[in-house]
Design a protein around this ligand. Structure first.
Ligand code: SF4
Length: 928
């Protein structure tokens, strides 16, 4: 552990360790503040080239997300029909799993076992897991949740450029003359990169920005040209742009001739993609299509940024290669400010790609199907042979589980029951498995309910490791504090399991592949002789020697001395390589980049009369993935505290939906209940739902109950971005609300259990200053039985001394207010909750309730209490809400600086700036 600035004069030891944010692929450097036992704070690392000290709202609150009663501290076993877990000692847990895995391997063969891991694992974790699966066990069935976000970028790069290597760097954002942002809501998903884009635009107003996205996201607020294309039409858009570039003589003939192949075929194909036809397919004006093409083609340096909007598609690879075609045709690659730059969703999805943590890959950007690659890795690992067939990617893997072909799965650091498409299929698959192992840092994820054994993993700040961000930059993460209880780093768990499995295979006399080792036990000891992260890193880096991602010049000491470095960084290098292909030579057999000529094929599931709307799913600004971490931070619920369905007002009218009411949304696979949010900026016919919410926060609002398991044939990535759905109003005659100030975590978990008993429920954390709590909103066809309510009150700690009760059994209105001192600390409003927001504000503001006692049970907020009305939070750092911002704008604050001065919003991490700008725009429109 390297400590910075120890301050020994403080009574509490104040220590600092360098790390990186564990959320998105921007890979911001952070400095963890701690006392050696507990993480006490976090701030951006000013020396890290990804963020230079800045953090977004999620990174800024990391220290609030690590501890808590929901951390897994010991191995646990679980009967699937029970919510009770019982602890196991590590040796007991590993040998129980090993016995079952050995028996399955012995009787069914190694192809009956599988691992499903995560882009949040470190490079070392990935390497050991991959070696365990492919090298020791002999199964290639190991996939990762990166399959759900980056797989199409991998196949796109490999298909067009020859290797899965991101050619650009963040510093290209500073020098690009044109930014083409397509299928990426950078303002929400990569906020620190968006800060960099905003700064570039401010510094150089001549920077042109094109945003193509079916939704007008906050990213579009910065666009000079916005293309609200129909979902799934990206290939047509790119071909149409290329058609115009050819017509206008804006292609780079010299580059095409010297450095590419396949041009004539592509040129012939895009001839058919006339501007009129493309504009019709994409449903955008021809003039805007032309403007985008000319802006891109005339820019001295054009950089494109993309993310899930291209990747999460049944034609994701086609979309990637069609976009890369634009760069190759114009020579916009291998130069400062130019190139195709995929943004990575997860903190170490890149590390997984590098170490071969996918079913078709081997370490060092090698391929399972390539005999030379297999031989090289077999030699490095000291094994006789590797299985020549790629394993299953995520969706087919879970389908194979349901068929019984895969009998056991080990899930590490991911939550497929929430994040995979067609959730009910995933649930059936896990139910079918003989043994489900979940390795996680948190106890209550949606997947835990299907696990037989839960293994506790160390988390952020608790393990030494390296990770690689979107720009190929490797950061060394230092240990700050010990992991809670018996939790261990993931690689230690995989290593120790290899030892246990070796022993179990010996017990069965399972045949060894050769006489090289005396036993499976000896084989495991030889292959997993790792003592620390550094020893794994040194073995892994040998796999990169002579490859495009050669990092043989790096070790932890170099990373600590010189800071995070980009690959390649071969032996003898003094610095990493900022951008690739500067010499125009590509890692293909001919050395030329390849133009690919995919046809536009549309979406996998078209709308029709029964399912007339297009659902697209995506991320919120302040939540990340399945909310295991961000769901613990009250400030991160400020902007969006409930799962919602965004719909255009015209569509809402057409289908009888009202703002803030509930709607049922149905697809061919299932249904979900979401609160309606109207958005006039959304194109008609399109609806949007966030992907984060699971049964812990909104048990009925699971958007992946709706999505389909159609996958890209090359990348295996599912089509999350388009599902045909229909909507209808969902009227529940009975409504209820529970408000509770935070006293202990147990009350929150009790609220989660209560929520699951209702057909609709939404649980969110709330806060104001230092006061935190939660709100549980409930709805049902009928009132809950009166006999159930006392147990819920007890579980929520709402049975103290100063209690006010109101019971109207005939109308099923049952209210309870809990007062401590003169302050409200909890409220139950069953059957009538019109005062919900008023009481919530009283609870959070610690208002003296004495003077309102006569009105507390009134069905309406007292007339003179309008000021209590709730307003959606916009700035997570300062807590400034939309009402305050509107008042500030009305009083003349019409720039970001003025707003920051008047009310403070946007003055800290800056994540809310795009929304403030949008609000300024809409207030001015309303008043003009
Ligand atoms: S942009 Fe935000 S979430 Fe992403 S790495 Fe940086 S601080 Fe973390």
């Amino acid at each position: 552990m390297t400590l910075l600035r120890p301050q020994t004069t403080q009574p509490l030891r104040r220590l600092e360790s360098k790390s990186a944010c564990p959320y998105c692929g921007t890979g911001c450097g952070v400095i963890i503040e701690h006392d050696g036992q507990h993480i006490t704070g976090v701030r951006g690392d000013p020396d890290h080239p990804a963020n230079f000290g800045q953090l977004c709202s999620k990174g800024n609150t990391l220290h609030l997300s690590s501890a808590g009663e929901d951390r897994a501290r010991a191995p646990l076993q679980h009967r699937r029909d029970s919510e009770d877990w019982s602890p196991l000692a590590w040796p007991q847990a590993l040998s129980r799993i090993a016995r079952q895995w050995a028996e399955i391997i012995h009787t069914q063969g190694p192809q009956a076992v599988a691992l499903y891991v995560s882009g949040q694992l470190s490079t070392e974790d990935y390497y050991v897991a991959n070696k365990l699966a492919k090298g020791f066990i002999g199964t290639n069935h190991i996939d990762t949740n990166s399959r759900l976000c980056m797989a199409s970028a991998v196949t796109g790069y490999k298909s067009s450029l020859g290797m899965d290597s991101v050619p650009c760097s963040y510093e290209d954002l500073d020098t690009a003359d044109c930014l083409f942002i397509v299928g990426a809501n950078v303002a929400y998903a990569h906020p620190i990169l968006f800060r960099r884009i905003e700064a570039a635009k401010l510094r150089r107003p001549e920077l042109r920005i094109i945003v193509a996205d079916p939704r007008r996201t906050p990213t579009a607020a910065i666009a000079d040209v916005f293309l609200p294309i129909q979902p799934g039409t990206d290939v047509a858009l790119f071909h149409g742009m290329l058609h115009i570039l050819i017509w206008e003589g804006l292609v780079n003939r010299a580059f095409i001739e010297a450095h590419t192949e396949g041009w004539e075929e592509l040129k012939a194909q895009v001839q058919n993609y006339t501007p009129q036809w493309v504009a019709e397919i994409c449903a955008i004006p021809v003039a805007n299509l032309r403007a985008a093409a000319l802006t891109f083609g005339q820019a001295p340096a054009a950089l494109s940024l993309w993310c899930q909007g291209l990747n999460q598609s049944s034609h994701g690879t086609d979309k990637n290669v069609a976009l890369i075609n634009l760069h190759l045709a114009t020579g916009q690659i291998g130069r400062a400010g130019a190139g195709p730059f995929s943004l990575t969703g997860q903190p170490n999805a890149m590390g997984g790609r590098e170490t071969g943590g996918m079913p078709a890959l081997l370490p060092g950007h090698r391929e399972v199907v390539n005999p030379e690659h297999r031989a090289e890795i077999a030699a490095l690992w000291g094994v006789e042979r590797l299985h020549p067939q790629p394993g299953y990617t995520a969706v087919p893997l879970f389908q194979a589980m349901e068929r019984g072909e895969i009998e056991t799965v080990w899930i590490a650091c991911t939550n497929p029951v929430l994040s995979m498409p067609d959730q009910t299929q995933v649930q059936r698959a896990l139910e079918q498995c003989r043994l489900v192992i979940l390795q996680d840092s948190y106890l209550h994820t949606e997947t835990a309910a299907y696990a037989d054994i839960l293994l506790p993993a160390a988390s952020w700040g608790e393990r030494e490791a390296v990770v690689t961000n979107s720009e190929r930059r490797i950061t060394h993460l230092q240990v700050a504090v010990p992991a809670p209880g018996d939790a261990l780093p993931d690689w230690v768990i995989f290593r120790d399991f290899a030892f246990a499995l070796g022993a179990a295979l010996d017990t069965l006399d399972h045949p060894l592949p050769s006489a090289k080792d005396a036993s499976w036990t000896a084989r495991a000891r030889r292959m997993f002789d790792f003592t620390d992260s550094a020893s794994i890193f040194l073995e892994y880096r040998e796999c990169t020697r002579g490859r495009d991602l050669d990092i043989t010049g790096l070790d932890f000491a170099v990373l600590d001395a010189r800071g995070p470095q980009q690959w390649p960084y071969p032996q003898g290098a003094q610095a990493g390589q900022v951008r690739l292909y500067t010499d125009g030579v590509f890692p293909t057999p001919s050395g030329r980049a390849r133009f690919r000529s995919p046809e536009y094929l549309g979406v996998a599931e078209e709308i029709d009369a029964r399912y007339p709307l297009r659902l697209t799913t995506g991320r919120l600004r302040d939540q990340w993935h399945s909310m295991s971490r961000t769901g613990k931070v009250a400030a991160l619920f400020t902007s969006d505290e409930e799962a919602f369905l965004e719909i255009h007002p015209d569509d809402a009218r057409r289908f009888g939906l009202r703002a803030d009411a509930l709607a049922k949304i149905r697809s061919r696979r299932g249904s979900s209940i979401l609160r309606v949010r109207l958005n006039a900026d959304l194109q008609s016919g399109l609806v949007f739902a966030p992907m984060h919410f699971g049964r812990r926060y909104a048990p009925a609002a699971l958007c992946n109950q709706l999505t389909l398991a159609a996958i890209d044939p090359l990348s295996g990535e599912p089509e999350f971005k388009h599902t045909a759905v229909r909507v209808e109003p969902m009227h529940f005659p009975w409504q209820g609300t529970i408000l509770r100030l935070h006293d202990e975590d147990g009350h929150f978990y009790a609220a989660q259990r209560i929520a699951r008993q209702f057909p609709y429920a939404s649980l969110s954390r709330i806060h104001q200053g230092e006061r935190e709590g939660f709100v549980l909103r409930l709805a049902h066809e009928q009132a809950p039985a009166a006999s159930d309510i006392p147990a819920w009150d007890r579980a929520l700690g709402m049975d103290g001394i100063d209690i006010l009760d109101y019971d109207d059994g005939r109308r099923e209105v049952r209210k309870r207010l809990c007062i401590r001192g003169n302050q409200l600390y909890a409220a139950r409003l069953f059957g009538e909750d019109a005062t919900r927001d008023w009481l919530r504000e009283m609870l959070l503001s610690a208002a003296d309730v004495q003077s309102y006692r006569h009105a507390l049970f009134a069905p309406k907020v007292p007339a003179d209490r309008d000021a209590w009305a709730r307003s959606r939070g916009v700035c997570a750092c300062t807590g400034v809400n939309e009402r305050t911002l509107r008042q500030s704008i009305a009083s003349g604050a019409v720039t970001l600086d003025q707003i920051a001065q008047v009310c403070g919003a946007g003055s800290e991490c800056g994540s809310c700036k795009p929304e403030i700008l949008d609000l300024i725009r809409s207030v001015r429109q309303e008043t003009s």
